[in-house]
Each structure stands twice: as structure tokens, then as C-alpha cells.
Ligand binder design. Structure first.
Ligand code: NIG
Ligand code: FE
Length: 385
């Protein structure tokens, strides 16, 4: 039993005040890997073991629904050049593809495990992971095999960019992605994704990729409208994607389509930060009634951060979101984007994924930017940090 919780974010509006379902002076009982009881500390049942939160804030572990963690190599120089004025382009992905292909399985897995651990230390207890830096049948399949050892949320992103071997034959590459590569990858993946963007895949190509994935039992999610306006968001909604990610350049029709659908708008402020681009408007999406998630997009090119707290702080300062909205988006929002009801909430029966902050309130995640606030992390009931 964790007791002495000064402020508890349950994300269960039936259980506390506001959309965050806030409780004060609360306790949480864990049994095995699940939450067994939540309520006022004064009414808590007996427990074998007690942990005193000492008035600090407890919230659901972060759900990072968008990350690219199977890669090797380094793109510091590219970032450095961008910060001296050079523009970001999708083509940088090829640099990481070359390094990833050259790496051993063990090297890739060690990198991935390191990032999962790094994220966990910062309170992330669920993390999605995409392929997309292999771009051959064997390299994409091995990326997903490795990722699946560390998370159930694996995403086939063979359509990250046209593989260099197919530079003159993008249609041939789409055939590969929707054929032999899909066959090799589908057994290791839950989701199918495509980078629908100028310089990557257009609307028709993206539709072909997602449709083929759906036929193989994968559920779509889409890299949509990141660098330019385009068809990605409309396609995501039309195909019933769990999430449209980035959503940086949206028309009013795009916003309306998201608001009228079950497709979550996942915002990735680390990408705009690291490419020195304009942030998406969380406010506009929320006011229209869309469900918004926040994620890191952790990858070596456009967003090399694993910090959900950083994303929350930027969303509050630059994207018109309140601290409550941003914390919800980084926990329950991510769970919606992954269609998970067992994470992103602290309710009876939920997985016991808990983040204790070295702070009296979740608002400190935005109020104290850049400050490490992780006091303790439980994942599936096990104290990990
Ligand atoms: O989500 N947008 C496409 N993929 C990544 C960028 C990957 C890279 O530059 O290596 C993203 O931003
Ligand atoms: Fe991404």
C-alpha cells in the first residue's frame, strides 16, 4: 500500500475531481501486478507492506505511444547543423538506416534496452516502438523481433522512407512493403504505420501500405501532417487509425475530422523543438473536441528525447494546453492512442504502473521544467526506480 499521497491523479473522473480524477490524502493498494484499491488514506484497508509517499504526488506511469528505438548511429552533426540554420528533411532517415543495417542484433537490442530503461527512469511504463530504420525484409523483421522482446506495442514502419535501393522505383518499394516485407513483419507487430509526407509516401501510397497492413490484422496509425499540409490525417480517420501523429499542419477540415472520430491526435513537441519548427496547437484540437495524446517521438533524427515531462512542459508553455490537459494527454491520452484500457489510469484492476513525483502536485511537471522529479516508479506492481 502506498499511503500518504498528497495528490493522486487517477484519470478516473468517477473517482475524484475534474478529468484527472484528482484525490488528496489518498492511498493505493497494489496486489500482484494490479491496482487493488484506490481511495482516501483514512479509509484504506490493511496491507502487508506500506510505502509512505510523504505528501508527494502519484500519477499513472507515462504512456509513450510513439517512439523509434531500434537504431544505431549518431546524428549529432545533423542537429548541430539545424541549430545553425539548416532545414530538416525526411531524407536524414537514410543516415540512420545505413548505421542500423550495419549493427549486430546484440548492439541494436542493447541500444533499445538502454532507451526503455532511460524512459522508465523518467516515469514511462508503457512505450511503443517502431521499425523503420532497416527497410529490407530481413532488417525490418529483425527490428520488430527485437522490439517485441521489450514491448507489446510494436509497429511495422517499413514505409518510413523509400529504401535507398529503390530510389528510382518507389512503386516497387511499396510493393515490397505491402508484400514480402509485410509477411515477414506482421507476426511481430501489432500496428502498421506510414510516414505520409512530401519526400516520403503520398496519400495513395500510404493508403496501399495501411490497407495491406489491415488485411494482415494490424491496426493503423499514421505519421501525418508533420512537415506540410497533406492527406495523412484524413486518411487516418477514414481508415479508423488509432492515432494520427504529429498533426502539426492542420486545416479546419482536418481538425473537424479528428474531432468527429475515434482517431487520437498525438502531438510530438520534441520533433518541433529539435527541428526548430512551429508547434502544433493542442488548444485548437481540444477546443474542437479531439482526443489529444502527447508522446516523445524518440528517434535520433528529429526528436532525441525520451522525456515525457519535457513534452508536458512544452505542451503547456507553447501549445496552449493546461497542465491538467498535458498530464492527461501523456498518460490516459497515450493509452487511448494505443487502445489500452489497462494503463494510463489508476483504478481498480488497472496495471499497477505508478509514478511518484518528488513534488506535491502533477503541475510541477510543467512548473519545474528540466528538473528530474522522479521519486519512484512501479511497473506492473514491481518497484523499478
Ligand atoms: O517521427 N517523421 C518520421 N519519422 C521520424 C523522423 C525520423 C528521422 O529523422 O530519423 C519522426 O519525426
Ligand atoms: Fe515518428
Amino acid at each position: 500500500m502506498i499511503t500518504g499521497i498528497g495528490s493522486l491523479v487517477t484519470n478516473d473522473p468517477g473517482h475524484g475531481t475534474g478529468p484527472l480524477g484528482l484525490l488528496t490524502d489518498a492511498a493505493v493498494v497494489i496486489d500482484g501486478d494490479r491496482v487493488a484499491w484506490v481511495g482516501p488514506a483514512a479509509q484504506a484497508p490493511a496491507a502487508d507492506e506500506r510505502f509512505d509517499a510523504d505528501g508527494r504526488a502519484l500519477l499513472p506511469g507515462f504512456v509513450d505511444s510513439h517512439a523509434h528505438l531500434v537504431f544505431a548511429g549518431d546524428r549529432t552533426a545533423e542537429f548541430n547543423a539545424r541549430m545553425s540554420g539548416q532545414a530538416y528533411s525526411a531524407g536524414g532517415i537514410r543516415t540512420t538506416v545505413a548505421a542500423t543495417r550495419a549493427a549486430s542484433d546484440a548492439e541494436l537490442e542493447a541500444n533499445l534496452a538502454g532507451f526503455v530503461r532511460e524512459a522508465l527512469r523518467q516515469g514511462t511504463t508503457t512505450i511503443e516502438c517502431k521499425s523503420g530504420y532497416g527497410l529490407t525484409v530481413e532488417d525490418e523483421a529483425r527490428a520488430l523481433r527485437i522490439a517485441a522482446k521489450h514491448t507489446p506495442e510494436t509497429t511495422y514502419l517499413g514505409a518510413h522512407i523509400v529504401a535507398p535501393e529503390y530510389a528510382e522505383d518507389p512503386a516497387g518499394y511499396v510493393d515490397l512493403v505491402t508484400g514480402e516485407m509485410l509477411d515477414a513483419c506482421a507476426p511481430h507487430a501489432r500496428w502498421v504505420d506510414v510516414f505520409c509526407e512530401k519526400g516520403a509516401f503520398d496519400g495513395d501510397q500510404a493508403r496501399a501500405v495501411l490497407t495491406a497492413g489491415i488485411e494482415r490484422g494490424l491496426t493503423p496509425r499514421v505519421h501525418a501532417n508533420q512537415l506540410t499540409y497533406g492527406p495523412g490525417v484524413q486518411l487516418a480517420v477514414e481508415l479508423g487509425a488509432a492515432s494520427a501523429d504529429h498533426c502539426t499542419h492542420l486545416t479546419d477540415e482536418d481538425v473537424a475530422a479528428l474531432a468527429g472520430s475515434a482517431t487520437v491526435a498525438t502531438l510530438l513537441p520534441g520533433a518541433e523543438f529539435s527541428t526548430r519548427a512551429e508547434y502544433p496547437s493542442g488548444r485548437r484540437l481540444l477546443d474542437a473536441g479531439a482526443v489529444v495524446a502527447l508522446s516523445t517521438d524518440c528517434n535520433p533524427g528529429s526528436s532525441f528525447t525520451s522525456s515525457m515531462a519535457f513534452c508536458i512542459a512544452v505542451a503547456v508553455r507553447e501549445m496552449g494546453m493546461t497542465p491538467d490537459e498535458a498530464v492527461w494527454a501523456a498518460t490516459a491520452g497515450g493509452a487511448h492512442a494505443l487502445r489500452r484500457s489497462d494503463v494510463g489510469t489508476i483504478a481498480i484492476g488497472a496495471r499497477a504502473d505508478l509514478l511518484l513525483l518528488d513534488a506535491p502536485s502533477h503541475v510541477h511537471l510543467a512548473y519545474r521544467p528540466g528538473v528530474p522529479l522522479t521519486a519512484a516508479v512501479w511497473r506492473a506492481g514491481v518497484r523499478e526506480v
